[in-house]
Design a protein around this ligand. Structure first.
Ligand SMILES: Nc1ncnc2c1ncn2[C@@H]1O[C@H](COP(=O)(O)OP(=O)(O)OP(=O)(O)O)[C@@H](O)[C@H]1O
Ligand SMILES: [Mg+2]
Length: 307
């Protein structure tokens, strides 16, 4: 069996029920692989467990069941090989923007001189448009600016696996576009692998090779792995001229509006064998004749099981 860069097996997270009786299963039977260099987004409704999965991949949270293997080694705790951009920008409040980035860079590149660390950190801060704000403390920055420091810190560490939890949610459209472009530029020039949570379907299509769709919790599962078969480089304006963009977009929206609920109530994932990976779907190549807005299950594109 071929080894994958990242292997997620039988992951489940359970909490004790608030009433003390039994337990609440947030998600279970999460099985998927990610290859080195892939850009994977995960989409699902609030509360289905996306951040929990990301934290488990980061080694910051423990699953109730199952495990994660990266590069052949089991993930048992945090590592500098895995960089995280958190949902709630977590900066050290007593350090300036620049020192927050420097702190991380110094930990990663221990043999670098002070000047190397500072130059490298400054470069990434200016990449997110914060060169003027480098000496400000987090309390003196807006929410979006804090988020950008967190992004600069994660990018500057050049981790093998970049884990991002709604990294661009707090940014205005223009800044978001610029940083998305920077992210793709950095990612495409390296062997970096990206796993990113987003609520923005268009963002996922613009950035990802593959989008994992999570059904609603409790008992959430990954219902489908959707291939984003659009040529790169992708230009945010040009992509809107491509009919395949809308085919994929409709497929994702239809899942969020209709199927994410159905899967929980007995459709979609309910009849899938336990321990199997989600079916891989390529809407752009299988539904060329499908109507723009799928109205029923019969119009779903063909799915193909992947091993
Ligand atoms: N300590 C806890 N005890 C009980 N339930 C918890 C605990 N921590 C998290 N949960 C539950 O786990 C679920 C998953 O949380 P998580 O933050 O991973 O969701 P999410 O998909 O990232 O949501 P969002 O899109 O809103 O960020 C939520 O329903 C939450 O209520
Ligand atoms: Mg979350």
């Amino acid at each position: 069996m071929t080894a994958h860069f990242l292997e997620i097996r039988d992951l489940a997270k359970r909490f004790p029920d608030p009433d003390g009786q039994g337990e609440l299963t947030v998600f279970e039977d999460i099985n998927f692989d990610i290859e080195q260099g892939e850009f994977v987004c995960i989409i699902g409704h609030s509360g289905c467990g996306k951040s929990t999965i990301l934290n488990i991949l980061a080694g910051l949270d423990e699953p109730s069941q199952g495990g994660v293997v990266m590069g052949g080694k089991e993930v048992t705790g945090p590592s500098l090989d895995r960089g995280v951009v958190f949902q709630n920008h977590s900066l050290l409040p007593w350090k300036t923007a620049l020192d927050n980035v420097r702190f991380a860079v110094r930990a990663r590149y221990k043999d670098w001189s002070r000047q190397q660390v500072t130059e490298h950190s400054r470069r990434y801060l200016s990449m997110v448009g914060l060169e003027q704000a480098q000496d400000r403390y987090p309390s003196q920055l807006s929410g979006g600016m804090r988020q950008r420091v967190g992004i600069a810190r994660a990018f500057a560490n050049q981790p093998n696996l970049l884990l991002m939890d709604e990294p661009f949610g707090a940014l205005d459209a223009l800044t978001r576009g610029t940083i998305q472009d920077e992210l793709v530029r950095i990612w495409s020039g390296t062997e970096q692998t990206v796993f990113m949570i987003t609520h923005d379907v268009d963002e996922a299509i613009l950035l990802a090779d593959r989008v994992l769709l999570m059904s609603n919790g409790p008992h959430a599962r990954v219902a489908e792995s959707v291939r984003i078969n659009l040529p790169r480089p992708r230009d945010r304006a040009e992509i809107l001229q491509d009919p395949a963009f809308y085919t994929i977009r409709n497929h994702l929206m239809h899942f969020l509006v209709e199927r994410s609920r159905q899967s929980q109530e007995g459709g979609d994932t309910a009849d899938r064998p336990w321990g199997s990976k989600p079916p891989e779907v390529d809407p752009a190549s299988t539904s060329a004749e499908a109507p723009a807005t799928p109205a029923g299950k019969s119009e779903r594109p063909q799915v193909r099981a992947v091993q």
